[in-house]
Ligand binder design. Sequence first.
Ligand code: AHR
Length: 845
Amino acid sequence: MAQNTIRIETKNPRFATAPELYGLFFEDINHAADGGLYPERLRNRAFEDSLVPEGCETDPEHKIYINDGNWPGVFNHGEGMDEWLAAVPPTEIPAWYTENAEMTLLQAGTLNQNRKAALQVIFNQGGALKNIGYCGIHADTGERTRFYAFLKVQKNCTLTFELTADDGTVFGTESIKVQASTDYQRIEAGITCRQECSALSFVIRCDCRNEIIFGFTSLMPEHTLCGHGLREDLALQLKNTHSKFIRFPGGCVVEGINEQNTLAFSKTVGPVWERPSAQLMWHYRTTNGLGFHEYMQLCEDLGMEALYVLNCGMSCQARHGKGFPEDVTKKYLQEALNALEYALGSTDSRWGSLRAAMGHPEPFRLKYVEIGNENFGPEYTERYELFYRTLKEAYPGIIFISNGHTEREGLTTEIVDEHYYNAPEFFLENTDMFEDYPREGPDIFLGEYAVNGGKTIASMECALAEAAFLTGVEKNQDIVRLSAYAPLMQNSDYTAWKPNLIVFNNHTVYGIPSYHAISLMAKYRGENVTSLSLTGETEPPAYTGIPGILTEKEDFWFKNVMVDGRPVQQEEMEAIYGELRYDVEEQAYRMIFGNHRHHYTGKNDVWNKAFEDFIYSNSSREVPILWTMFHTGEKDETCFEFDARFAADNSVSFSVFNSCGASDAGCNEPRDAEWNRRRIRNQVWQIKDEKSALRVPRIFEKPVSEAEKVPTCIDYTCYNHYRIVADRFGYCCYINDQLIIEKKQPLHPVLHASCEMTDTKVYLKVVNVAAEEKELTIELDTRIESGIQIEYIEGSPEDQNSFEDPEHIAPKMISMDVAFDASEEDRFQVTVPPYSVSVYSFTKQ
Ligand code: AHR
């Protein structure tokens, strides 16, 4: 067995560390904002949840909505995901219920022009209106909560507010007298809870028969982080990550499902009851309580830099969105300028004065601004150029981030935001990914990453793969300057996406193993990255394969498909985009366009049926790519062969795909078959313009260089025999038994490491992804104290944290004296626990 040795050259620092390498990415996903970090306790406080999302249509039963690009979102009359619907008693107006009273949603006579609904309640004698919050309201013993509402009242009355358990026990109450009014008036009351309870409802009782129209309501805890309105335990959970910046507000929510539902800056500032709400693609509506101001204040309170993401005039392309027309795009450019003025402008400026009025006369710090999120293509390039030029001229001190490699289009690009969601194998096998990035820039922001595919999720296995990847990031932090796991927060009752770094319910919170691994790495930061060499055990990549053929044009015929010498039957083939037809005359299969559907598979039959009836009867989508996969199961070795005939101008790709195992990770949205094949890290044999290349397609990949291409001579007039032989060690590709191109898969280490130092300290981070403990020899070129400190996490791959066992995986600290070898330099041995992430702190002598 190879000896594992790490040699650290402290006298030879490579480059300065990126001080803000570790950060956070907050997006309102999984009800992370309202009912979460923004501790509003009333759900549907503005009564707008059941309104058909602006610019969308719903099916007759309001189960789903579609945007103008036919992207479906689960709606359920505003309750959101099916699971939530199932968990709450039925009601027409989400979260609100009456006893001895009647409620009606009004869409006229609302509180202000941005409020699209109001709630009319006719109270009978002793009648009540009730809100059940976000799966129950929590209050601690002695906790004060503050209720306010804007309402119109027909008759003078006494209103009583109660925190009430399901059995009717009242945990806190307050009454106020209210005068009749034809205009909206603001009322307020403080309620003290006498005993901790997490399953309360908020009840409003009226002492007489009366009509009350509620324009807006709110129930918030009085005690919040620094008194600035955010939930303290969640904010402290953020602080404990040792992060240096917060990216906000998204994510896809920045672009929105359409123009009407973007998170434009101006919708997120000013009095909360005047902020328009927006339907998020995560299946609920936000009232934007956690807006731009609250975000900037949070960054200040936590001592983190702000990284604001602005809409650059596009809706979410992943949800069939597009670039807005020029005049609308310009409106978004103005929104961007306004946001920057709000953060940084003087109190004499229009938006700076609003900031002052909101309680912050001093400018905020705003270091980074990202132009769009996950936008791509010419529509983005055009907008990036406009936004960058205009904003940089106005604010030269801000660092701007691009969503793509716009430098490849010849545009000035300071930082590129790259996102990676993938299986553990992807992260383990790509720890060196950033090594061949050009050093002249642009810098890289690893803006979203997570293991979200594989056998387990939110587990130690995922944390290990991410931590291993982060050692590669640390070793390349001259170019990767910022990083953030995604998504950040999950209300456990409203999971629209998983895994998430932090899981909470209405009163408690825990971090998944990744939280502890990343926080551990972020805690120990040096000023310089040392040279480090690691020798030792390696492993071939994990491998499981599914063969497939991808073609850009219809003209592709194939027959005699064999996998591992076994003929493949028609029912084992699946066309992902497009259709596969057997042509009897030709005695071959043909890939064709026309009437192609995205084969969505929803979460349950009811949903699928609604989708089939509603979407497919109304539309057909053309996708100019044909992709056929072969259901041959996943194996460690695959020989995939077939005869094919196609035109010289048809670019084709053959592959043995590495797919991730099935898990319910990712977003709780309709999935198509392609989605389930997405997290692949396959080598694809691409034949284009009579040249072959073996490449791993990735969103951010560089174009294939000429040097990587191999001339490929094909007689296009006839069928040729194509064969790929793939195993854990590499790929060989043949045409008519002649080897055209081959590639060896690099072995990857079992231990992963990185090292940083200050003048007095050396921090060595070691990730052991093996099932056995490993003896590791550490050599340094400098004398250190024999007492060393090790902080580490360890566990089995499937280990997870939970509300019941929140610290099952959590850091442990040990100190020990090491025994040095009798030599000039410091050399000693440590035992690295199996499945562990460890930080060794050494003190220089
Ligand atoms: O983190 C969840 C989503 O993943 C983000 O909204 C988006 O940017 C990415 O696709």
